[in-house]
Ligand binder design. Structure first.
Ligand SMILES: [Zn+2]
Length: 70
């Protein structure tokens, strides 16, 4: 039972432009990390922690939304 779309994890680097090469996770995203002037970054539980540290322009302190369930 899933009527919302499955968003893929784009962590931990964010997948913007040239950095997209470092984004190779294909798990469903469960959280969304807010960023300063970029779209929110969808991440799986595994990449939530790393993305806070290595993704560009993450808000600090972090703002994290739950967008799905594993
Ligand atoms: Zn991931």
């Amino acid at each position: 039972m899933s009527n919302h779309r499955t968003v893929r994890c784009r962590g931990p680097y964010g997948g913007e432009g040239a950095q997209a090469v470092g984004t190779d996770c294909s798990d469903p995203a469960v959280f969304e990390v807010a960023r300063y002037d970029l779209p929110s970054l969808p991440v799986c539980p595994i990449h939530l922690g790393p993305s806070l540290l290595v993704a560009s322009r993450v808000l600090w302190p972090p703002e994290i939304r739950l967008i799905g369930r594993p």
